[in-house]
Design a protein. Structure first.
Lengths: 342, 256
């Protein structure tokens, strides 16, 4: 178990501020955030490359805050692999074993090479490997000494879409088969959803939210996280007279939730548009002007101005029926059950 | 405009190449043969090579750690330190000789320290090496900084995380990866040291180095007798230059 307790790291122009979370053995936690949020600094602090300004790190109950990187038993795989260019594939993988004087190096390398399907690469120079091959070699080197925790820094950002899928699948297989504890740094929500059990959100060095994947999905703490998770039409505001008043507008939306939300989310799939005012049971009806639209392959995205910008998804058949023109007014309606508060 | 640029460039190339060709052109073969068999010439060339090698080894031991620190760390005064390293490049060499002589004079703490060890810089190989070191060490340090900056720092960080301590990482990862820059700097410093004259002639006229011998032969016997040894020294330096170029080409190929 890795416990990060109030870790702060100050640089002259950036501060990673009081980061707090725990990863249980065998779990995968994703650190999510945009570029410059402090994800890589946090990783490098956890492995001991940077010394924290304050706070503590515990690995299986033992404090490792002041342990040198080489003695932490935490491995790190950088996004561009960082293979040693003057060593061949075999020598790269053997590197951590030799340093730790671990016996039976050839047998161990053979086993990991079989697992990662790189047996045929062992004698090759690392210069002659493809991106995917480098990734697998770097992964082999990172896990061959059986670290307590594996840190993955943007593991698929340097490879093409097709390879991304394969690498993610490989990481998931290794995670399960070796029962590895993984801390994954990524800015891809898709990758985090696929690989991680828990999420930690960072922005500008601050920890915004942390929790189990489904908890975070069901209850994002603010609009920023909701947007990061892929929610469209997220509006901030407050409850007035039983309705949700969207900040900086006169719009009030009926919603269905027992708790008082800070944000609401209106699913773009649950909004109906019509040229005439609808006579349905929908309690939320707004007149809006079509600002823009985009074809998304199997459906259309329409952007309306109802006082705030709101996105509506419609099928291509509906689009053909409506023949919407930019600047045209439409009625947008949605039921209060289609409004989610968090 | 392009033609003007080419013409201006051609003047530069001519000004570099022509004197070098001219020194070999029409050389008196009898005098050249005598020069090659002259033990004084042999000794002077050897002294230049030897002292420059000592200077370069000292530069290697002292300069590589400094180059690494400058390449890898940000610290208060880094710009100042980098500027100080390059001061010898802009200082007139004879003035550098006077400065060194003043610094190591018998009444200074450095002079007293050397005297306590039974060492002196006046007319000794130590003095020659010191002059060569002072004026040529920037070449080694600057090239080594370039060597350390030529690869991603995260390779070193990966080595640390994989179990290598700082020293192990430095010797098994950093030095091998920066080797092209370091070797190039080593050879450049050595070659620059061999050709040093201004500071050396002030610190140690004797034992004679090749540069001082050229000056002496020119003063005593004129151009005809100084040309063979000058051409010999140029040949040595050209050979070293070719080695440097070869290293650069190997580095470029391995990068590609």
């Amino acid at each position: 178990m890795l416990k990060i307790n109030q870790i702060t790291k100050k640089f002259s122009q950036f501060t990673l501020n009081e980061i707090n979370f725990t990863i249980n053995k065998g779990e995968c936690t994703a650190i999510l955030g945009p570029s410059g949020s402090g994800k890589t600094i946090l990783m490098e602090t956890i492995v001991g490359i940077h010394k924290q300004t304050s706070g503590q790190l515990f690995l299986n109950g033992k404090e490792i805050s002041h342990t040198k990187p080489e003695n932490r038993d935490i491995s790190l795989l950088y996004q561009n692999y960082m293979l040693f260019p003057h060593l061949n594939v075999y020598e790269n993988i053997a590197f951590p074993l030799k340093l730790r004087k671990i016996p039976e190096i050839p047998q161990k390398i053979s086993k990991i090479a079989h697992l990662l399907k790189i047996e045929h690469l062992l004698k090759r120079s690392v210069h002659n490997l493809s991106g995917g091959e480098k990734q697998r070699v770097a992964l082999a080197r990172a896990i061959i000494f059986e670290p307590q925790v594996l840190l993955l820094d943007e593991p698929t950002s340097a490879i093409d879409t097709h390879m991304k899928r394969k690498v993610r699948k490989l990481i998931r297989e290794i995670h399960k088969s070796l029962n590895l504890t993984i801390l994954l740094v990524t800015h891809s929500i898709e990758e985090a959803i696929y690989l991680a059990d828990s999420f930690v959100f960072l922005k500008d060095g601050q920890q915004l939210q942390q929790g189990k994947k489904f908890e975070v999905f069901n209850n994002p703490q603010n609009r920023y996280i909701a947007n990061f998770l892929g929610y469209d039409n997220v509006f901030e505001g407050e409850v007035e007279d039983g309705k949700f008043a969207i900040k900086n507008t006169n719009l009030k939306i009926s919603f269905f939730k027992e708790e008082i939300p800070k944000c609401i989310h209106v699913s773009p799939d649950n909004i109906i548009i019509s040229k005439e005012k609808p006579e349905s049971s929908a309690v939320n009806v707004f007149e809006g002007t079509l600002q823009d639209f985009a074809f998304k392959g199997s459906f259309y995205q329409l952007f309306f101005d109802i006082g705030v910008e709101i996105l509506v998804n419609i099928t291509d058949a509906s689009f053909e029926n409506l023949q919407p023109k930019l600047g045209t007014k439409f009625y947008l309606s949605f039921k209060e059950r289609g409004v989610k508060g968090f | 405009m392009k033609k003007v640029f080419i013409a201006l460039g051609a003047i530069i190339i001519f000004m570099i190449v022509f004197p070098i060709i001219k020194i070999f052109w029409g050389i008196d073969l009898t005098i050249l043969s005598d020069t090659l068999r002259d033990s004084v010439v042999f000794s002077a060339v050897f002294t230049s090579l030897e002292c420059s090698l000592y200077a370069t080894l000292a530069g290697f031991l002292l300069g590589i750690p400094l180059a690494y620190i400058i390449a890898r760390h940000n610290f208060y005064g880094k710009e100042l330190v980098s500027s100080i390293i390059n001061i010898p490049i802009v200082v007139p060499h004879s003035a550098a000789g006077i400065a060194l002589l003043s610094a190591f004079a018998s009444h200074t703490f450095l002079g007293k320290g050397l005297a306590a060890l039974g060492l002196t810089i006046i007319d000794t190989k130590l003095g020659i090496s010191l002059g060569m070191f002072f004026l040529s060490v920037p070449f080694l340090i600057n090239q080594s900084i370039g060597g350390f900056l030529s690869y991603d720092e995260r390779i070193e960080k990966s080595a640390r995380v994989l179990g290598a301590g700082f020293s192990r990482t430095f010797f098994t990862i950093s030095l091998p990866l920066a080797r092209h820059g370091i070797i190039k700097g080593f050879i450049m410093m050595w070659a620059r040291g061999i050709s040093e004259f201004g500071a050396v002639v002030i610190l140690a006229y004797h034992p004679l180095t090749a540069s001082v011998l050229i000056f002496e032969r020119f003063g005593a016997f004129g151009l005809r007798y100084s040309k063979p040894i000058a051409s010999l020294l140029i040949l040595i330096c050209l050979f070293i230059f070719m080695v440097v170029q070869l290293i650069s080409n190997v580095k470029n190929k391995s990068d590609n």
